[in-house]
Design a protein around this ligand. Structure first.
Ligand SMILES: [Zn+2]
Length: 224
């Protein structure tokens, strides 16, 4: 694993578990998305204070990792304290690593184009296999793509909705319309995101409006 450096570990076991997770994640991302991971660092942390400092505010218990995209650096709770500091069991550690590394791979792929949050969050959920068909969610009134596009809208609307929704929606787009179309969508984004422009790009690629496709998604999850 020449392009991933792991730092901050306090013992060999944490290092080994992280190496294994990183290797698996690289393989998954290159097989699934056909993307290479740029040279990156995984920094293991043992304190929530450090995460808070990186985020610039007190983090909620479900925040267990973050990706600094400018630096290609992931900060994540070390395996030995991962389930104590967060709300997830340790067997979710590898998929957390995969999720954060997918963020880094997407960021490198889009090269400064701006990705709506539902897509930027949804795709790592799919790549890391974190979507859960049993978990319930609500559809925001304005529709998924509109209610969850900018960071501000995301913060306002995601709480009542649940992140599983965006993962399920992106999975639907891939399964029903192909990964090729989704990657084309990422490729055709503009540097300055605007919903109206995004909706046009979407329509060109999918030959349907966002509203039509969101309705198909709803029909499918209601009648699986
Ligand atoms: Zn994420």
């Amino acid at each position: 694993m020449k392009n991933i450096t792991i730092i901050g570990h306090k013992n060999e076991k944490d290092l080994n578990l992280t190496q294994r997770a990183a290797k698996k994640a690289c393989r998954r991302i290159s097989q699934f998305l056909k993307l290479e991971i740029p040279k990156s660092t995984i920094k293991l942390t043992y304190s929530r204070k450090e995460l808070d400092k990186k985020m610039g505010h007190k983090t909620e218990p479900w925040i267990i990792a973050l990706a600094d995209l400018e630096k290609n650096e992931i900060t994540i709770f070390a395996p030995s304290i991962y389930s104590k500091e967060g709300i997830y069991p340790i067997d979710r550690f590898p998929s957390t690593v995969c999720h954060e590394m997918t963020h880094i791979a997407i960021y490198a792929f889009v090269k400064g184009r701006s990705v709506p949050v539902w897509l930027n969050e949804g795709l790592p959920y799919v790549v890391a296999n974190q979507t859960d068909p049993e978990q319930t969610f609500f559809i925001p009134e304005q529709g998924i793509c509109k209610a969850l596009d900018s960071p501000k809208n995301w913060r306002q609307n995601i709480r009542g909705v649940g992140q599983n929704l965006v993962g399920r929606f992106v999975k639907f787009l891939i399964d029903s319309y192909s990964l090729t179309k989704l990657m084309k969508l990422l490729k055709d984004l503009e540097p300055n995101y605007q919903y109206v422009h995004f909706a046009e790009i979407f329509k060109k690629i999918y030959d349907k409006t966002i509203t039509e496709v969101e309705k198909e998604f709803l029909d499918e999850i209601n009648n699986p």
